[in-house]
Design a protein around this ligand. Structure first.
Ligand code: FA5
Length: 345
């Protein structure tokens, strides 16, 4: 028995040396290590041996098995290695071939547009102040001079957070950030301010080509000792010039409870150059923002003494501006996640 095992080992290893491909390797495995192979046949005979011979024979059988398995693994690896070298040398790598293009992400058009707007305001000396999207009724309305049940609330169709008795809501505009900026940066009404407050706003709107239920706003706020309406007007005209080039703008009286006086600014329609088209409803101009002098009540709520301090604020809709600049005909494209739209930017 011991001799049989020894010669099986020698024979099997010799055979393995001659194996040159995967097929032959598998044949070898079946012949020697398979369930019905030569080694298994010998191991079956172990049971028929006289008792005293069994331990030595069993031990050797296990050794032979381990040796064959190890040799088999080594052969597998050697053949793989050889195949790799063969493929590398027979078809050499052409390092001059153009690479496969990597698909890269890019900025969402709304964000790219926002960054452009930040850049303009930054160049004009405004720093960014980030305010929260979930707001209290108090900050979104009351501290902005809009008490409960005030009819002006109808202008902001509001999403309330369930179970908070309408005390917590999704901000309907970036104006509550005015209060937070004044309180956090104003140092109890002792420091001048010049900030923009960008971010997402939410309104319970009938969605259409011009109205979304979510959209960005960029609020602006400047507080100082002698800020006048002329400063507001000059600043907004300069912004329009930087954003739209030499294009006529015009101001109209408007109303917001948190500014007094209030105005809206229009820019000459980019689509028709002021001749009149469907986009500008044949008026030749498009509204891009609301603005005004900060109401004394709001200044006071922000910690400033309205007899000593004054300021202006404005709120613009960047998506509306992007629509104008790129000739996008529907605001719904922005959050529709349609790659055919997004990949154009
Ligand atoms: C306001 O929200 C005021 N808080 C703006 C303001 C700030 C006035 C500071 C004075 C001082 P209004 O509701 O008009 O105003 O919105 C401002 C801009 O946000 C609009 O001109 C428009 O560009 C954009 N906007 C408003 N509602 C939507 C909507 N549903 N979809 C897309 N853009 C919108």
């Amino acid at each position: 028995m011991l001799d049989e095992l020894q010669s099986l080992r020698t024979h099997a290893l010799e055979q393995l040396e001659r194996v040159e491909d995967e097929n032959a390797l598998e044949q070898w495995r079946i012949a020697f290590l398979g369930r019905k192979g030569a080694l298994a046949a010998l191991m079956e005979k172990l049971g028929t041996l006289p008792k005293e011979e069994r331990p030595a024979a069993g031990k050797l059988a296990n050794e032979v098995k381990a040796a064959l398995e190890t040799a088999f693994e080594a052969r597998v690896n050697a053949l793989k290695q050889r195949a790799l070298i063969a493929s590398l040398t027979s078809a050499p790598l052409d390092v001059t071939l153009p690479g496969r293009p990597v698909k890269r992400g890019r900025l969402h058009p709304a964000n790219a547009n926002l960054r452009e707007i930040y850049r303009i305001w930054r160049d004009m000396g405004f720093q960014i102040f980030r305010s929260r999207e979930v707001e209290s009724d108090e900050t979104n309305f009351q501290l902005l001079n809009i008490p409960p049940h005030h009819p002006a609330r109808d202008a902001w169709s509001t999403f309330y957070i369930a179970g908070t008795d309408q005390r917590v809501l999704l901000r309907t505009h970036t104006s509550p950030g005015q209060i937070r900026a004044m309180r956090e940066l104003g140092a109890n009404g002792t420091q001048p301010l010049r900030v923009i407050l960008p971010g997402m706003c939410y309104r319970f709107e009938q969605v259409s080509a011009r109205y979304e239920i979510q959209f960005n706003q960029v609020e602006g706020l400047a507080i100082g000792r002698n800020i006048t309406f002329a400063d507001l007007k000059g600043t907004l005209i300069e912004f329009a010039r930087r954003a739209f080039g030499e294009r006529p703008v015009r101001f109209y009286a408007d109303h917001f409870p948190f500014t007094e006086p209030s105005a809206q600014m229009d820019v000459q329609c980019i689509i028709c150059d002021g001749k009149g088209c469907a986009m500008c409803k044949y008026t030749g101009f498009l509204e891009i923002l609301g603005a005004g002098m900060v109401h004394p009540v709001v200044l006071k709520n922000g910690g400033y003494d309205p007899d000593k301090w004054s300021g202006f604020a404005f709120g613009l809709g960047p998506e509306r501006i992007a629509i104008l600049r790129y000739g996008i005909e529907d605001i719904r494209y922005f959050w529709g996640n349609d790659l055919r739209f997004l990949e154009q930017f």
